[in-house]
Design a protein around this ligand. Structure first.
Ligand code: GLA
Length: 480
């Protein structure tokens, strides 16, 4: 396209782009929506979380090395310290579901399973802190956790205080087994305030938006959703629009259904995630189904994210992030190219980076990918703007993310699963609203192979080869 453009239209386009650039400079200075005011997660949280790899394995007799126990976490802490994980940023070692004893203690406090955590969580926290790391724990807003252990409903203050007393640094708060969507919202907010009141700095990781989604309510009886909630959510989605129209067009005094309208309005408000509000209470929040160790799962996360990017991208920023769930790199289900895709896209999405793998048995290749400082630098970029999908054509997706110092990250994903590597040509003027390479830029390939590709003019294009289900991740640094 650029090759056939005449000089006059080029000059006009350049003028327009320069104008846009000044506007962007101004807009970039405007802070995003207010975030949870606990000073934490100014960049996406990084760490390790046991769930995807170790799940609810409580059988320490049969499987002593992989059951959810203090031994497992101590071993991971040792490795995070000795194998360079902490040094590149993976700081939070996080326990997920199934750590608890089936009953609270006589004072109503949660307690760790005494067989699997003989030293209790306090001692584990001390151990983890001794390695320069932080400890994360898991609880649930409802009456039970998703795996059926005691939930925090009715115990929010006690649980927040217990976690703070133990020296916990992060809480993953799940959303199973709640009664109504109003309870769900109130519970997430209440716990946020309860954590704050403890005076301890505790990152608050929510699943609030996920449990509001109708699809989630369908996921079997183990999950929180009951039929009435499912109906509520589905109706409320549709009814929300009608209700909004009714409440602005029908004088409530005249309409006998006034109070019902107000109730519906309240339900509708609770059925669609209000990201401004979620961000005010949570440091990160899950929006979509649990990840598992397969390309289909990673692909569905990417699909959901790009389909919903208008709603979620602007909600992210320092202090609050969309959480597309754990990194499953280093496990069994993803090919090398798919692992590259996950790492690259989690960087573009400004996602919290929680690995769920076995650090005792990880290939040098997967380790190098997870510890890639240049890719981590994109994920952790202080500007804190989440990237988005720019376009999809012929099964190739182009994603981009603005970075500090007017740099950009660009990822090209080849979603075609038949055939071999494919070439894709990208016009540099199409990136970053025309600003990414204006007037010229240095392009560095970060994945799959690291290396400088050289200096490019704004009018030029770049031809790249992308493996099936793989990604090429680039960094563009503008030159003046
Ligand atoms: C839910 C969450 C998962 C995990 C499990 C534990 O499914 O979404 O991330 O915490 O519960 O039971």
């Amino acid at each position: 396209m650029t090759g056939t453009m005449n000089l006059r239209s080029r000059a006009q386009l350049l003028g327009c782009v320069l104008g846009l650039r000044s506007l962007a400079l101004v807009l970039w200075g405007i802070p995003g929506a207010r975030a949870l005011d606990n000073g934490l997660a100014m960049t996406p949280t990084m760490g390790w979380l046991h769930w995807e790899r170790f799940m609810c394995n409580t059988d320490c007799e049969e499987d002593p090395d992989s059951c959810v126990s203090e031994k497992l976490f101590m071993q991971m802490a040792d490795l995070m310290d000795s194998e360079g994980w902490r040094d590149v940023g993976y700081e939070y070692l996080c326990i997920d579901d199934c750590w608890m004893a089936p009953q609270r203690d006589s004072k109503g406090r949660l307690q760790a399973d005494p067989k699997r955590f003989p030293g209790g969580i306090r001692r584990l926290a001390d151990y983890v802190h001794g390695k320069g790391l932080k400890l994360g724990i898991y609880a649930d807003v409802g009456k039970l956790t998703c795996a059926g252990f005691p939930g925090s409903y009715g115990y929010y203050d006690i649980d927040a205080k217990t976690f703070a007393d133990w020296g916990v640094d992060l809480l993953k708060f799940d959303g199973c087994h709640f009664d109504t969507l109003v309870d769900l919202a109130d519970g997430y907010k209440y716990m946020s305030l309860a954590l704050n009141r403890t005076g301890r700095s505790i990152v608050y990781s929510c699943e609030w938006p996920l449990y509001m989604m109708p699809f989630r309510k369908n996921v079997g009886s183990r999950k929180a959703g009951n039929l009435s909630d499912f109906i509520t959510v589905s109706l409320a989605y549709g009814a929300g629009l009608v209700v909004r129209w009714l409440s602005s067009h029908v004088p409530l005094g005249v309409c006998q259904f006034g109070s019902r309208v107000r109730t519906w309005h309240r339900l509708a408000r609770h059925a669609v995630p209000n990201y401004t509000e979620v961000r005010e209470y949570c440091n990160h929040w899950r929006n979509f189904a649990d990840i598992y160790d397969a390309w289909q799962s990673v692909k569905s996360v990417l699909d959901w994210t790009s389909s919903n990017q208008e709603k979620i991208v602007d909600a992210a920023g320092p202090g609050g992030w969309n959480d597309p769930d754990m990194l499953v790199i280093g496990n069994f289900g993803l090919s090398w190219d798919q692992q590259i895709t996950q790492m690259a896209l989690w960087a573009i999405m400004a996602a919290p980076l929680f690995m769920s793998n076995d650090l005792r048995q990880i290939s040098p290749q997967a380790k190098a990918l997870l510890q890639d400082k240049d890719v981590i630098a994109i994920n952790q970029d202080p500007l804190g703007k989440q990237g988005y999908r720019l376009r999809k054509e012929d099964n190739i997706e182009v994603w981009e993310r603005p970075l500090s110092d007017f740099a950009w990250a660009v990822a090209m994903v080849n979603l075609q699963e038949i055939g071999g590597p494919r070439f894709h040509t990208i016009s540099l003027a199409s990136l970053g609203g025309g600003l990414a390479c204006l007037p010229a830029c240095l392009i560095t390939e970060l994945l799959p192979v690291k290396g400088k590709l050289g200096f490019y003019e704004w009018t030029s294009s770049l031809k790249l080869r992308i493996n099936p289900t793989g990604t090429v991740l680039l960094r563009l640094d503008r030159t003046n």
